[in-house]
Design a binder for this molecule. Structure first.
Ligand code: FMN
Length: 345
């Protein structure tokens, strides 16, 4: 199978550009899943409509490379709180001559780095508006990377595991998933209280189906508005509003929007047992969990560890993960079976 072709466009023409180094590192990070190449813009002339009569060779090459890419990742600095002129000029070349827009329908993702604290946030917002306007499909997810010494090593590998994990998730852009899971509940002395296995599916935003097979059959369905919990043995259904239940189940966290960093403070825990761990501590005290740890490996999210207010820990390992599969809409609907007790909370 040919690999997905990702064009990396760096919004800087500086020889020692930190954004080019970051783009190279991102390309390496996803090397198992896509073929990333830098689409050069530093050799393009400043856009001038007079040059359209005989397009410069560099422009012809640039447009062909954009057209050959399945998606484009823009990695850009911020200049005077906006898009660097060199990048805007390249974008304009891509749209021209009239009727030969090279960007139409291509998927775009945006990131960038600067030494500043807000790290290119304003430039990224401006860029998103422009990309939407020229017919690109701009992906959600935001990554503002504050460039600090040591972020990249001399081989352009990202050294900071939290940035790695976050960017991996960002690049993965998982909108739906299906996996088997094994879940263990441990008390505060790490004594195992329960073990369960089953399957889970989610479809962002907000829909999930978490199905326990053993030791008891239990089905948890989030239909986007309500959270249904069905205990088969008791023939009992509990239903509550999803906005109230959000954060109270690992499924709800996974199926939520990509804005995890708005609800949680994230910290890097480094690499342990082959996974890059990220810790998410809820900003609100009302969350059922005190902290959640997410373990990222080759297959994306491979493990989760959730600790509640009473010191109990839930450890979940995922296997046979399918990312972005087609899921049946019925999986996210629930109708209480005849005769079941329905309790509304
Ligand atoms: C003309 C100019 C304007 C800049 N404006 C901003 C800015 O608005 N925000 C910011 O975070 N950094 C700003 N910077 C600093 C850049 O972030 C810094 O030079 C960075 O290294 C540029 O990325 P590069 O190394 O990939 O070229 C500016 C730099 C230049 C040269």
């Amino acid at each position: 199978m040919t690999k997905f072709k990702l064009g990396l466009i760096v919004g800087s023409n500086r020889r020692e550009s930190i954004n080019r180094a970051l783009a190279q590192a991102l390309g390496q990070l996803g090397a198992d899943r896509f073929e990333a190449t830098i689409v050069r813009i530093d050799d393009l002339p400043i856009y001038n409509q007079d040059l359209e009569a005989a397009l410069p060779d560099s422009v012809v090459r640039f447009k062909a490379e954009v057209e050959a890419s399945d998606a484009i990742l823009f990695v850009t600095p911020e200049h005077s709180r906006s898009i660097p002129a060199v990048l805007k000029s390249a974008i304009d070349w891509g749209t021209r001559p009239w009727g030969q827009n090279s960007w139409t329908g291509k998927t775009a993702a945006v990131t960038g780095t600067s030494q500043g604290a807000v790290a290119t946030a304003v430039a990224q917002q401006h860029l998103r508006a422009v990309l939407g306007d020229i017919g690109m499909v701009v992906m959600g997810g935001e990554a503002y990377i504050s460039f600090k010494p040591g972020l990249l090593d001399d081989k352009h590998a990202i050294t900071d595991a939290s940035v790695r994990a976050f960017l991996k998730a960002f690049l993965d852009q998982t909108t739906s998933a299906k996996a088997r899971f094994a879940q263990m509940v441990l008390d505060k002395n790490m004594k195992q209280l329960q073990q369960a296995t089953g399957t889970m599916q989610f479809q962002r935003p907000g829909k999930f189906r978490w199905e326990y097979e053993k030791p008891y059959e239990q089905l948890i369905v989030g239909d986007g508005a309500r959270l249904w919990i069905y205990d088969k043995d008791l023939n009992q259904v509990t239903v509550r509003r999803m906005d109230k239940a959000l954060g109270s189940s690992p499924a709800a966290l996974l199926a939520g929007s990509n804005e995890i960093e708005k609800t949680y403070d994230l910290t890097n825990l480094g690499n342990q047992e082959g996974l890059d761990w990220l810790e998410a501590v809820p900003k609100s005290k009302e969350n059922a969990f005190e902290r959640i740890r997410l373990g990222f490996g080759q297959n994306g999210l491979e493990a989760m560890e959730l600790r509640d207010q009473f010191g109990q820990a839930t450890v979940i390992k995922f296997a046979s993960v399918e990312r972005n599969p087609k899921l049946l809409p019925d999986a996210f609907n629930f109708t209480p079976p005849k005769g079941a007790d329905v309790i509304s909370e």
